[in-house]
Write a protein that binds this ligand. Structure first.
Ligand SMILES: CC(C)(COP(=O)(O)OP(=O)(O)OC[C@H]1O[C@@H](n2cnc3c(N)ncnc32)[C@H](O)[C@@H]1OP(=O)(O)O)[C@@H](O)C(=O)NCCC(=O)NCCS
Length: 162
């Protein structure tokens, strides 16, 4: 697969859309470059097949460079995965994915949103805070590779309950 860079001043057409099975090669490549405990192709495929779940990608000039995966459990949305290819970061791509995610989740009544993030991942924590998430707890030693703590974050639903 030929991969173009996000760097440079050329025209960049950006599109957030639903993830398709044809995105999975690029998604899994980004996942493996990003995380020490990456999701497998089978896990992404399973998520894509789940009715009611959310799987979005951002493409830049036709190339899949970022993704977000979330699912509703009981009445809470779980933001399960968010990643932007390294050369495409700090261009507000994650912010666009999160904005799309919140506009989709607004359509259905729920209590709020939760996620877990590595305690050392201050960039992601800052991003989530800017979207209204607050820290509500810590899961000590949550990550199986290095036993780093997970920070639990929460955001109340701002819509009207039924
Ligand atoms: C965290 C991540 C998703 C952010 O994606 P991104 O597209 O670069 O984020 P955005 O450009 O939308 O950032 C919006 C704001 O969030 C904050 N932010 C994002 N990344 C940051 C970083 N590394 N350090 C500090 N602040 C950061 C900033 O306030 C930023 O605004 P600014 O660039 O105008 O200062 C990306 O760095 C990534 O994929 N990291 C590896 C995977 C990961 O950590 N995922 C989250 C796991 S829960």
């Amino acid at each position: 697969m030929t991969v173009r860079s996000c760097e440079g001043d050329g025209f960049q057409r950006r599109l957030v859309r639903a993830m398709q099975f044809t995105d999975l090669e690029a998604v899994v490549a980004i996942e493996r470059e990003t995380f020490t405990l990456p999701w497998s192709l089978a896990v992404f495929s399973g998520q894509l097949g789940r009715p009611g779940g959310i799987a979005l990608v951002c493409e830049v000039d036709g190339e899949t460079v970022a993704y977000l995966v979330a699912d509703m459990f009981v009445d809470v949305w779980h933001l399960m995965n968010l990643s932007v290819r390294e050369d495409c970061r700090r261009r507000h791509i994650a912010s666009e994915l999160l904005e799309s995610y919140f506009s989709i989740t607004e359509l259905r009544s729920h209590r709020g949103h939760t996620l877990e993030v590595r305690a050392s991942n201050t960039g992601a924590i800052d991003l989530y805070r800017s979207f209204g998430f607050v820290t509500t707890g810590v899961r000590p030693g949550y990550y199986s590779d290095d036993h780093e703590d997970a920070v639990i974050m929460w955001k109340d639903w701002e819509g009207e309950t039924a």
